[in-house]
Design a protein around this ligand. Structure first.
Ligand SMILES: O=C(O)CCC(=O)C(=O)O
Length: 350
C-alpha cells in the first residue's frame, strides 16, 4: 500500500545508512534512536504493556520458554524458578490462554508487527548488505531483570568458544557473517558490556583472560538491594558499558566480545532479536569453501539451538505479516540444509 511504503521510506530516510554501516563495521555495534516509531505507530507504552503481560506469565510459571537464572546459554534447563528472559515472543501460544480476552490479539501481533517493521528490518538489511526478502526470520526474545537474583553472563562471543586456538579464531572471524542482533530497550538499560572492535580481530591477551573467566554465581538479593556491578576485575581496559535510554536500540555483531549483569532492582524489558542474511548460493553442498561451511554452521546453530520446532509450523508462517513470510520460508530452507548435521550448542555453561 502506498501509505505504508511512504511511511516506511520516510522512517528510513531519517537515518544515514552509510554512516551507520561504517560505524557497525568498525566497532561491531551501533546505537540508534527511533526504531519503535515504525509504520504502525505503536508506542513504547503499548510495547511495555505487552511485554509486562509476557513477563508476568513467565514469572507465574505459565510460560516454559524462558532464560533461566543460573544458565547463561542454551539449553536453559529449568534449574531455577527465576528468569532473565522470555523466549519466543512470536510463539502463537504466548498469548493463547494468557492474559485473557482483553487486548490478547493486539499483544499477539504487536511483536510480529515490530519484528517485520520499518525502519528496524531495513536497518538490519543495510547492516547485512542485503534486502529483507533475502533475509531469514530468526529469534525474537525479551531480556528482563530477574525477580530476586543478581545474575551475570560471562564474557563471550555468541558462537566462538573461549578456548579456540588463534588459528581457529582467525578462521572463524574471516568466514562471512550472516547475522545481526539487536537490543531495543523499553526502559533505560545499562546491562550490556562490550569490547568494541573485537568482532573483527583476534582477542588481545586481556580479552582472552576475560573470555576464559567465569561469571560470578547467581546470588539471591533482597528487594531494592544491589547496584549494577559496572566493573569486574577481569574486564579488559577497552570495556564499554552500553548505556541505552528507553527507546534506543543497539545493533551488534554476535562476534563482538560481550558480557552482561542483571539485578532485580533494575527494571529491564529489552527486546532482543536477530535476523540472518541468506547466502547467495542456497545449496550448501555445492560449495566446498570451508569458510562458507563455517558461516552456515554459525548461523544455523545460533538459531536452531533455541528449540524452534514451533516456527516450522505452516500455520505460524501463514499468521505472519506479509513482509515476514519470505523470511520464514528462508528459515525453512536453512533448517533443511542443517538436517543431519550435528550442530550442537554454541557455548557451554560453566
Ligand atoms: O543481556 C544482554 O544484553 C546480552 C545477552 C547475551 O549476551 C546473550 O544472549 O548471549
Amino acid at each position: 500500500m502506498i501509505t505504508q511504503h511512504a511511511d516506511a521510506a520516510d522512517a528510513l530516510s531519517r537515518y544515514d545508512l552509510e554512516a551507520i554501516r561504517a560505524a557497525y563495521r568498525r566497532d561491531g555495534y551501533v546505537i540508534l534512536d527511533g526504531i519503535f516509531d515504525f509504520e504502525n505507530r505503536l508506542s513504547l507504552e503499548e510495547l511495555r504493556v505487552a511485554c509486562q503481560a509476557a513477563v508476568e506469565r513467565t514469572r507465574r510459571g505459565e510460560w516454559p520458554h524462558r532464560r533461566v537464572v543460573g544458565k547463561s546459554f542454551p539449553p536453559y534447563d529449568p534449574i531455577s524458578d527465576d528468569s532473565w528472559g522470555v523466549q519466543h515472543l512470536l510463539h502463537p501460544d504466548l498469548i493463547v490462554g494468557g492474559e485473557g480476552e482483553n487486548g490478547a490479539d493486539k499483544q499477539d501481533s504487536i511483536f510480529a508487527r515490530l519484528y517485520g517493521s520499518s525502519p528496524l528490518l531495513d536497518i538490519a538489511a543495510a547492516l547485512l548488505d542485503t534486502e529483507p526478502d533475502k533475509m531469514q526470520l530468526e529469534l525474537f526474545n525479551l531480556l528482563i531483570n530477574p525477580a530476586c537474583h543478581a545474575f551475570a553472563l560471562p564474557w563471550h562471543r555468541d558462537d566462538v568458544r573461549a578456548d579456540v586456538s588463534s588459528e581457529e579464531e582467525e578462521a572463524r572471524l574471516s568466514a562471512p557473517t550472516y547475522g545481526v542482533q539487536w537490543n531495543a530497550a523499553l526502559y533505560d538499560d545499562e546491562c550490556l558490556f562490550i569490547c568494541p572492535g573485537s568482532h573483527a580481530r583476534l582477542r588481545t591477551e586481556a580479552e582472552k583472560r576475560a573470555n576464559a573467566a567465569k561469571a560470578p554465581p547467581a546470588t539471591k538479593v533482597l528487594e531494592g538491594q544491589g547496584v549494577l556491578d559496572a566493573k569486574w576485575q577481569v574486564d579488559p581496559p577497552n570495556t564499554l558499558q552500553v548505556k541505552l535510554k528507553a527507546g534506543q536500540t543497539a545493533f551488534y555483531s554476535q562476534r563482538v566480545l560481550h558480557r552482561a549483569s542483571y539485578l532485580p532492582s533494575q527494571i529491564r524489558a529489552t527486546l532482543h532479536g536477530c535476523y540472518g542474511g541468506i547466502r547467495a548460493d542456497a545449496s550448501l553442498d555445492s560449495t566446498d569453501r570451508a569458510s562458507e561451511q563455517l558461516a552456515f554452521a554459525e548461523r544455523a546453530r545460533n538459531v536452531l539451538q533455541h528449540n524452534v520446532e514451533w516456527m516450522k509450523e505452516p500455520s505460524f508462517g501463514a499468521s505472519l505479516p506479509p513482509r515476514l513470510r519470505p523470511m520464514w520460508r528462508n528459515l525453512l530452507v536453512m533448517d533443511a540444509h542443517a538436517k543431519g548435521r550435528q550442530l550442537g550448542y554454541s557455548l557451554e555453561n560453566a
